[in-house]
Design a protein around this ligand. Structure first.
Ligand SMILES: *Cc1c(COP(=O)(O)O)cnc(C)c1O
Length: 419
């Protein structure tokens, strides 16, 4: 089936009432037929509902539908994008291990990997996503995962997925791609040899800025990389917290299963059924919306590129952009709604950000409502002038998340604000 059809039907078989819309199963727990059935569920002899911290029928539809769109084997929903990223790492790394992370990542991912995980004894090593050959020097026996974004937020670079996957595969290390900005509609990292994807469902998935959530997707046959691999010994040895279960002996998508059985069980950042229902509504229109976000963003990028007060525009859909060639390989049907541009200095950037009417001054992306952000005075405020340059965030940089309003209205708004 094609994407547009999967977005509307995958993962849902109408319930006994024939309900067309996916019902919200607003329940914490589920009745067991009898004690034998309950015992089988706990022993994984049968898969069924136990408790909403582990699984929920509404969340299950969201997970199955998302996995289908991403081309993966299975998915597990979480209470936020950050929880998804943390669980993807915590599922493989422990005290004494290291992970390799792209320098160009979401701010929360930088603080998680550089500060919070450090307190847990997990070391983060950073590579430039534009120079993946740096990976070779950073990898060792204790490296558990390579984490990067397909389209980076906020620097808007495009990762060369196949080059990174090839290096990772040579060393039998799992790759995890934060595919939030590209969405499964524009980019399919699992088709390019990557093992896992994570998403903040808070962005394009809800599409209207309605709820915080996340999801982890694993590729088909991930087990071939994990089984017997000493790097992932805890998948190959009995799990004492689950009566000696050996994950790699199961004929199931074991990465997301272990996130569910161990991490959701013990750490508990499960999505609410109502939020899962919102993500399902969002997924139904995701293919249509990503087309519109992308066409509108390209038209706006082209307008800005010609504007005399704009020094530089970053958008992978522009032929002048250094990411154009890589983008053509990995992005299909558009380049998403995120772009940035540079004006003369701090003062002019603040003036532009303060004078738009339709664009709201907000630190978010992926909303139907257009958003303008000035990183130097908000998300990157703590950095010095030099650090801003190193992070690829000059003082005059403005980031836009192009919404679903009329493109010409958005152009007129920016034209007026630029003066
Ligand atoms: C927003 C975002 C996150 C964090 O997601 P939350 O749902 O806000 O926790 C992670 N990665 C990227 C690329 C994001 O844009």
């Amino acid at each position: 089936m094609h994407e547009q059809t999967l977005a509307i039907h995958a993962g849902y078989n109408k319930d006994v009432q024939g309900t067309m819309a996916v019902p919200i199963y607003q329940s914490t727990a589920y009745e067991f037929r009898d004690t034998d059935y309950a015992a089988d569920l706990f022993a994984l002899k049968e898969i069924g509902n136990i408790y909403t911290r582990l699984m929920n029928p509404t969340t299950d539809v969201f997970e199955k539908r998302f996995a289908a769109l991403e081309g993966g084997a299975a998915a597990v929903g979480t209470a936020s994008g950050m929880a998804a990223i943390f669980y993807a790492i915590a599922n493989v790394a422990e005290c004494g291990d290291n992970i390799v992370v792209a320098k160009q990542v979401y701010g929360g991912t930088t603080t998680l990997t550089g500060h919070t995980l450090k307190r847990f004894g997990i070391e983060a090593r950073y590579f430039d996503v534009k120079n993946p050959l740096q990976l070779e020097a950073l990898i060792d026996d204790k490296t558990k995962i390579i984490l990067f974004e397909s389209i980076t937020n906020p620097s808007i670079d495009v990762a060369d997925l196949e080059v990174i996957a090839t290096i990772a595969n040579k060393h039998n290390i799992l790759t995890c791609v934060d595919n939030t900005v590209a969405t499964p509609i524009l980019c399919k990292p699992l088709d390019h040899g990557c093992d896992l994807t994570v998403h903040s469902a808070s962005k394009y998935t809800t599409g209207q800025g309605l709820a915080i959530g996340g999801i982890i997707v694993e590729r088909k046959n991930l087990i071939e990389k994990v089984k017997g691999n000493p790097r992932y010994y805890h998948f190959n040895e009995p799990d004492e917290s689950y009566h000696g279960l050996i994950y790699s002996n199961l004929e199931l998508p074991i990465f997301t299963l272990r996130v569910r059985l161990a991490l959701l069980r013990d750490l508990g950042a499960a999505p609410s059924p109502f939020n899962s229902w919102l993500y399902i509504q969002g997924l139904e229109t995701l293919p249509l919306r990503m087309k519109q976000h992308s066409t509108s963003a390209l038209a706006i990028a082209q307008f800005l590129e010609k504007h005399p007060k704009v020094k530089k525009v970053n958008y992978p859909g522009l032929q002048s952009d250094p990411n154009y060639v890589v983008g053509r390989k990995y992005l299909k049907g558009g380049h998403s709604g995120l772009l940035s541009f540079e004006v003369e200095d701090l003062k002019s950037a603040k003036r532009v950000a303060d004078s738009t009417e339709i664009f709201s001054l907000v630190v978010n992306i992926g909303d139907s409502k257009s958003i303008i952000t000035h990183p130097a005075s908000t998300t990157h405020q703590q950095l010095s002038k030099q650090e801003l340059m190193d992070a690829g965030v000059p003082e005059g940089l403005i980031r836009l998340s192009i919404g679903l309003e009329d493109t010409q209205d958005l152009i007129n708004d920016l034209a007026k604000a630029l003066g």
